[in-house]
Ligand binder design. Structure first.
Ligand SMILES: [Fe+2]
Length: 434
């Protein structure tokens, strides 16, 4: 314990001659100044209380004392001086609480006028610690009620406390009560903060769990659709990964990224209404069959419109995944400004994955071939900003900067890294920096 805060002029346990008349106020002020320093210098609550008790005892020239604090229906010794450990707690009786509330100043416990509940409590302490004859009780509390009390032994001068010492003790008790109240508020706030932090973490965990269940349900729905066409197995999940990487690269808001993710997984859900024979037909489609298959974005929209997604425009994004910037797409023939960015992203990711996958009517294209198709249709089909982000992403995967990325994972046909980088760099130069 750092006892350097104890003012040397107070002299803890020495009987001192009374200060000269003019010096009494200075003595009192210094004692209070040093008393308040205890709370700034103590490393923790208990040490501050221990220092404060030492200053109180020194000010009153008393060798033994204990500070009791109310906790869970009892008054327990928080710190003591000159006493053995193990002082039992005192029961917080109604009478004792009322007596402490009334005792606004330090009381001499041996007076007949002292409340019976206080005398009873003191007697209990003295029975437990016979070497601690209690002379004074100094109540601690606020207008809300008692916080505890100080029990002080006999002054070593053999005389009672002077009026000034009692006054000083009263002020110290008020300061001590404020400090204890403040510390309890801080402690309660800290506990509340811990509880809140725990609840927030718990909620986040629950939310993550629900998010996973939610995504699993969405995936199950997509898988059910893909089961009609074995050639498209895993297509939705791959499109979702590519789309999300582009959306993140374009720094879309988090809710829009999540909307892109869900719409990508479910973009072809409308194919649930398309005949399996059309989906798996190994030769080119007739005009009628083509018309049939071109209905699926609208059906996707109708199905998804019935679902209340926590993200905006999921149904609209799915509806727009076959729209081209020049208005030649379907189902609405929308042009550039009317097609949402999310739909432009899914359109490119969908087309790329379809190109590099085997289909019943053709085998998969090479990476360079697919990239060439996208480059050839820039501005007419694909958004330049989306394509730029896509090419940058593919480059990072090709060079190994981004291993296990969504674009190259699952690519059936090989490619030349040098050729791919050269091609992508050329495409990026054409696209410009932004
Ligand atoms: Fe589609």
């Amino acid at each position: 314990m750092d006892i350097s805060v104890i003012p040397p002029e107070i002299g803890l346990f020495e009987a001192k001659p009374p200060p000269p008349a003019g010096g009494r106020e200075i003595f009192k002020l210094r004692a209070l100044r040093d008393f308040t320093l205890c709370f700034a210098r103590g490393r923790d609550f208990d040490e501050s209380l221990r220092l404060a008790l030492m200053v109180v005892l020194g000010t009153c020239s008393i060798a033994k004392g204990a500070l009791f604090l109310e906790e869970d229906g009892e008054f327990r010794v928080q710190v003591s001086r000159g006493l053995p450990p193990g002082i039992p707690p005192l029961e917080e009786s109604r009478n004792l609480l009322m007596s402490l509330r009334r005792a606004v100043r330090p009381v001499c416990v041996n007076r007949r006028a002292t409340a019976a509940a206080i005398r009873k409590a003191v007697a209990e302490v003295e029975r437990a610690v016979p070497a601690f004859p209690v002379e004074y009780l100094c109540p601690l509390g606020t207008k809300n009620g008692p916080l505890g009390f100080l029990l002080l032994g006999c002054p070593i001068t053999g005389e009672g406390l002077t009026v000034r010492q009692r006054e000083t003790l009263s002020v110290m008790a008020s300061i001590l009560s404020s400090y204890i109240t403040n510390q309890r508020v801080v402690r309660d706030m800290s506990r509340l903060n811990d509880v809140l932090r725990f609840q927030v973490q718990e909620n986040e965990r629950l939310l993550e769990g629900m998010q996973e269940i939610y995504l699993d349900t969405i995936r199950a729905l997509a898988t059910a659709v893909e089961a009609k066409d074995p050639y498209t197995r895993g297509h939705s999940e791959r499109v979702a990964k590519i789309s999300v990487s582009i959306a993140k690269g374009l720094m879309l808001p988090e809710k829009d990224i999540q909307a892109v993710r869900i719409a990508s997984i479910l973009h072809d859900v409308g194919k649930i209404g398309t005949s399996r024979s059309i989906l798996t037909k190994p030769s080119s489609l007739t005009a009628e069959e083509r018309e049939e298959i071109r209905k699926h974005p609208r059906v996707s929209f109708d199905i998804l419109s019935e679902i209340r997604f926590p993200y905006p425009n999921v149904a609209l994004l799915a509806r727009g995944h076959h729209e081209w910037l020049d208005g030649s797409g379907y189902p609405d023939g929308k042009r550039e400004p009317q097609i949402p960015v999310g739909a432009r992203i899914i359109a490119l990711a969908d087309a790329f994955d379809a190109m590099v996958s085997d289909r019943p009517y053709r085998s998969s294209l090479t990476l360079l071939h697919a990239l060439g198709e996208i480059r050839a249709c820039l501005h007419s089909h694909y958004d330049a900003g989306v394509a730029r982000m896509f090419f940058r992403h593919v480059r990072r995967e090709v060079t190994g900067e981004l291993p296990d990325g969504p674009v190259l994972t699952g690519l059936v046909k090989g490619y030349s890294r040098t050729d791919a980088v050269e091609f992508i760099d050329r495409a990026l130069r054409e696209l410009g920096p932004n």
